[in-house]
Design a protein around this ligand. Structure first.
Ligand code: SAH
Length: 274
C-alpha cells in the first residue's frame, strides 16, 4: 500500500510514523508513506496556501489551487473511476464534519493499493476540494482539532497494522475491540472464539500472578480452556455494556451471551433499587 499525506507541516510527521508497526510495515516493504509539502504547489513568493473566506467571518481557509495541483501530480485514477471502485485508491479529506473513522473503515482502507490523506488547517478547506477532489471526508471523533495531521497519523496507524504481515501474529488483530470477524459466521462466532466479534476486547493480564496483593482472576489460571473462554467473553460483554452499550446492537451474540447480559442488567437494577 502507498499512503500519501498532504500537509502544510511536513516535519510534523517526523517521528509518529517511525515507530512500532507503522515502521515495521515500511521496513518490510508492505507500505510506503510519502509526505508532501503543500507549499511546494504554490507559485507566489510567499508560498501562500490560505486566504480569507468569502462572505466574511473568522479565520483563513486553505485555497483550492495548491491542493488540486498537488493531487494532480500523483498520477491517480480519475475521481469517477475511484468512486466507481474501478481502482483501489481513495482520496480522503480529514474533516471534523466527516463520516466517523471506525475499525470497519480501517479494514476497508487496508484493502486498497493507495490512500491519499489531505490535512486541513485553519477554518478548513475550500469546499470545492470536498466536492470535486476528495472521495470522502473522514473524522476521527466528535471534537475539533487544529489540523488534520493528528487524524492522518491515527488513520495511517490503524490501517497499516491491518496489512497482512505487519503484525507478527495476525490473529491478534482479529480478536481486538470493534473487530467483526467475517470469517466466523453468525452467532457461532460468539461461542467458537473469545474474539471480540463487535464487542470491546476482554481484559488482559501478565506476570506476576499477584501484584501488590492483587491477584490475576482464577479463571485465567485454571488452564481450563472452556472456563477461560467463558470468562473472557463475559468480561467483554460486561465492559461493552458498561462503556459502549451502542456496540451491542451490531455484535454477534449467542443465546448464552444474551442470557448473561440479561442477568447483568437484572442484577444492576436490583442493586439500584436496594
Ligand atoms: N471549521 C471546522 C474545523 C476546522 S479545524 C469545523 O468547525 O468543522 C481544521 C482542520 O483540522 C480541518 O480542516 C480538518 O482537516 C482537521 N480536523 C479537525 N477536527 C478533526 C477531526 N475530528 N477529524 C479529522 N480531522 C479534523
Amino acid at each position: 500500500m502507498k499512503a500519501d499525506i498532504v500537509t502544510i507541516f511536513p516535519d510534523f510527521f517526523r517521528g509518529p510514523l517511525d515507530y512500532g508497526i507503522t515502521r515495521r510495515a515500511q521496513e518490510l516493504g508492505l507500505a510506503t508513506i510519502q509526505v508532501h509539502d503543500l507549499r511546494e504547489f504554490t507559485h507566489d513568493r510567499h508560498r501562500t496556501v490560505d486566504d480569507r473566506p468569502f462572505g466574511g467571518g473568522e479565520g483563513m481557509v486553505l485555497k483550492p489551487e495548491p491542493l488540486f495541483e498537488c493531487l494532480e501530480s500523483f498520477d491517480l485514477a480519475s475521481r469517477d473511476e475511484r468512486l466507481a471502485r474501478r481502482v483501489r485508491q481513495s482520496v480522503i479529506l480529514l474533516s471534523a464534519q466527516g463520516q466517523p473513522f471506525t475499525q470497519k473503515v480501517a479494514t476497508e482502507l487496508a484493502s486498497l493499493d493507495r490512500i491519499v490523506l489531505v490535512c486541513g488547517r485553519y477554518e478548513g478547506v475550500d469546499e470545492r476540494v470536498t466536492d470535486h477532489l476528495a472521495d470522502r471526508e473522514l473524522s476521527i471523533g466528535d471534537y475539533v482539532l487544529s489540523g488534520g495531521e493528528m487524524a492522518a497519523v491515527v488513520i495511517v496507524e490503524a490501517v497499516m497494522r491491518l496489512l497482512p504481515g505487519a503484525v507478527g501474529n495476525e490473529a491478534s488483530t482479529q480478536q481486538e475491540s470493534f473487530t467483526v470477524d467475517t470469517k466466523v459466521k453468525g452467532p457461532g462466532g460468539a461461542d467458537s472464539t473469545c474474539g471480540s466479534n463487535g464487542l470491546l476486547d476482554y481484559p488482559h493480564y501478565t506476570r506476576p500472578a499477584e501484584f501488590r496483593g492483587i491477584a490475576v482472576p482464577d479463571a485465567l489460571m485454571s488452564g481450563n480452556h472452556e472456563e477461560i473462554r467463558r470468562w473472557r467473553r463475559q468480561r467483554a460483554l460486561e465492559k461493552t455494556l458498561r462503556n459502549r452499550p451502542d456496540l451491542l446492537e451490531g455484535a454477534a451474540l449467542s443465546e448464552e451471551d444474551n442470557k448473561f447480559l440479561a442477568a447483568v442488567v437484572k442484577e444492576r437494577m436490583e442493586r439500584g433499587r436496594s
